[in-house]
Design a binder for this molecule. Structure first.
Ligand SMILES: Nc1ncnc2c1ncn2[C@@H]1O[C@H](COP(=O)(O)OP(=O)(O)OP(=O)(O)O)[C@@H](O)[C@H]1O
Length: 301
């Protein structure tokens, strides 16, 4: 794994409508969203608003519908209800189903959970996939494309391995390559499904930093599924807690991540504390076994 740290994402510079930091105000809203598989409804009447410059985290137990909701917002799963995209502050919201795929891909990207390892392509060539919505037929990469790819490679700490074969990377490295491709797409809405999965501690934290950079420095509307509630509390402006296809709590991390809400959603006991020194929430799940006391070897004698 490269030693290059994730650095802040550079301002977008291409011809997409949401790529200028000043006008990257696209936001995605869903009302009464219903999604399912055949007769099996897995998201049932969800309201969600992803606002420019804000991080919204979706949390909840396995199978509660988080990934399916994200896929519905990304136009990858048929949805009932209303999902609209507002491309600029004063623009009229447009139903996403009326948008052409290429146009939609210039506005919204999804970092999905399962990822293939492309054989025969370098890291840089995979990241270049992110520029596909801007490419003209039979034309090569433009200066803007190269700048976006370089910026995304730097942001994900991949410049040192940009020429390596993507098929030879570890799971965590490959994950960062696909995250990089999403960043290279330079959209006003970024949807991320468990982006910290498979990453070591350092890249988990640096990925959370990149997510905050997207919102704070570039006005991106971020929707992210996270399993780690500490991470969700750390990165999100708003949390949506899902259970059985519905949102059971919505608001700031402090409002949503109460012991009662977590117990209701996950059916476990937890201890939730606000750290007085750091001002951060600490969520401590309580298992069946009493915590084992730990001592230093030197204090045993
Ligand atoms: N391809 C599929 N066909 C049928 N049912 C599916 C399919 N994919 C998911 N489901 C079901 O939809 C429900 C919601 O799944 P989803 O993956 O959206 O949940 P999730 O909250 O993202 O879960 P996890 O935390 O485990 O990733 C689950 O009951 C799951 O079994």
């Amino acid at each position: 794994m490269t030693n290059t740290a994730l650095t802040s994402v550079e301002p977008a510079q291409n011809s997409g409508t949401s790529t200028n930091p000043d006008d990257s105000t696209a936001s995605l809203r869903g009302a009464g969203v219903v999604l399912g598989f055949g007769d099996h409804t897995v998201v049932n009447g969800v309201d969600i608003a992803l606002r420019s410059g804000q991080v919204t985290a979706l949390v909840g137990p396995n199978g509660s519908g988080k990934s399916t909701l994200l896929r519905g917002l990304a136009k990858l799963h048929p949805a009932a209800g209303t999902i609209v995209l507002t491309q600029a502050m004063d623009a009229e919201p447009r139903p996403i189903h009326s948008m052409r795929p290429r146009e939609f891909a210039q506005e919204v990207t999804l970092f999905a959970q399962s990822r293939i390892a492309p054989q025969g392509l370098s890291v840089k060539e995979v990241v270049a996939f992110g520029r596909y919505p801007y490419r003209r037929r039979f034309s090569g990469l433009t200066r803007e494309d190269h700048a976006a790819i370089e910026s995304a490679l730097r942001a994900t700490g991949l410049n040192a391995i940009a020429d390596r074969a993507a098929g030879t990377l570890s799971g965590g490295e490959l994950q960062r390559v696909w995250l990089s491709a999403c960043l290279a797409q330079q959209t006003g809405v970024v949807l991320l499904d468990e982006p910290t999965n498979h990453l070591d501690l350092r890249y988990q934290i640096e990925t959370l930093d990149v997510i905050r950079d997207l919102a704070d420095d570039h006005g991106v509307a971020v929707g992210v599924v996270l399993h780690d509630l500490d991470h969700a509390a750390q990165v999100a402006d708003e949390l949506l807690l899902m259970r059985a296809g519905q949102i059971v709590a919505k608001g700031t991390p402090v409002d949503v991540l109460t012991a009662e809400n977590i117990a209701h959603a996950y059916e476990i006991r937890v201890d939730v504390r606000l750290d007085q020194h750091t001002g951060r929430l600490r969520i401590d799940p309580i298992g069946r076994h009493a915590p084992r006391p730990h001592t230093h070897a030197s204090s045993d004698s």
